[in-house]
Design a binder for this molecule. Structure first.
Ligand SMILES: NC(=O)c1ccc[n+]([C@@H]2O[C@H](COP(=O)([O-])OP(=O)(O)OC[C@H]3O[C@@H](n4cnc5c(N)ncnc54)[C@H](O)[C@@H]3O)[C@@H](O)[C@H]2O)c1
Length: 249
């Protein structure tokens, strides 16, 4: 497929996991991909893998929770490629913690990266994507739709992403800009290593696993993100699409 031929796609969290698979998917579909991550070496690796497969990509270092870096990243992409068609907000952090042990700094970092980071990226990108009548795909989580123990900050950040997406979708829908959110369940990426239960808590505290009987793989989420960003999804706006193998069904 060449659904993104001639289009410029910015993917955050592109150094690893779902973000890397998403960047590679857009690259394979002929998009020009701006691979953004706080981990520049990882983003460079992703961009190199896209170029090695015959696509076009560049890497940019950016902490999505930093307003100045976000604006410079988006403006830099538009200055280089002349346009921006798609923004995918994939960057995120995770982890379990007893609520009484969460420091103010930890709470602020969860909200700053997972929620404010996506808002800042949308704010910077929207004026450009309005010109190309493109699309934004945010990444939430099933933890933004249902409760998870030991995850108050993560759930709050991802629940915020879901409603922020819907608010933006109704604000900009009439102008042709579509904004959707993908909510993955358990996906095999480095992030899941950060989700270690607090000491003394049994695995039984967690909700059931996917009825499909395995974890998801990053390309399975990337395919949904690419679909939502494409012209195959022109009547999907403000939707939270669950990609969890039926875990919360
Ligand atoms: N893996 C899962 O099971 C799962 C489930 C639900 C939702 N998600 C969400 O999917 C998204 C991607 O997660 P993943 O599993 O691929 O994790 P990952 O750890 O493999 O990738 C996350 C990427 O985000 C980057 N990042 C972190 N903080 C950043 C910052 N401040 N600025 C820029 N980049 C930053 C990291 O460097 C990393 O490359 C996250 O938003 C996560 O919450 C993952």
């Amino acid at each position: 497929m060449t659904r993104f031929d001639g289009r410029v796609v910015l993917v955050t969290g592109a150094a690893s996991g779902i973000g890397r698979a998403t960047a590679q998917r857009f690259g394979a579909e002929k998009g020009k991909v701006v691979c953004v991550d706080i981990n520049l070496a990882g983003a460079e690796e992703t961009a190199a893998s896209i170029r090695a497969a015959g696509g076009e990509a560049k890497a940019v270092a950016c902490d999505v929770s930093n307003p100045a870096q976000v604006k410079a990243t988006v403006d830099g992409a538009v200055a280089q490629y002349g346009r921006l068609d798609v923004l995918c907000n994939v960057a995120g952090i995770g982890g379990f913690q007893r609520t009484t042990e969460v420091t103010f700094e930890q709470w602020s970092r969860f909200i700053g990266v997972n929620l404010t980071g996506q808002f800042l990226m949308c704010q910077a990108a929207i004026p450009h994507i309005l010109k190309t009548v493109g699309a934004i795909v945010n990444v939430g989580s099933v933890a933004g739709l249902k409760s998870h123990p030991y995850s108050a900050a993560y759930c709050a950040s991802k629940g915020g992403v879901v409603l922020m997406t819907k608010a933006l979708a109704v604000e900009y829908g009439r102008k042709g800009l579509r904004i959707n959110v993908v909510c993955p369940g358990g996906v095999e990426t480095p992030l899941i290593n950060e989700f270690q239960l607090p000491e003394g808590v049994s695995q039984a505290a967690l909700s059931r696993i996917s009825p499909i009987g395995r974890m998801g793989q990053p390309p399975e989420v990337a395919g949904t993100i690419a679909f939502l960003a494409s012209d195959d999804a022109t009547y999907i706006n403000g939707a939270a699409i669950v990609v969890d193998g039926g875990m919360i069904a």
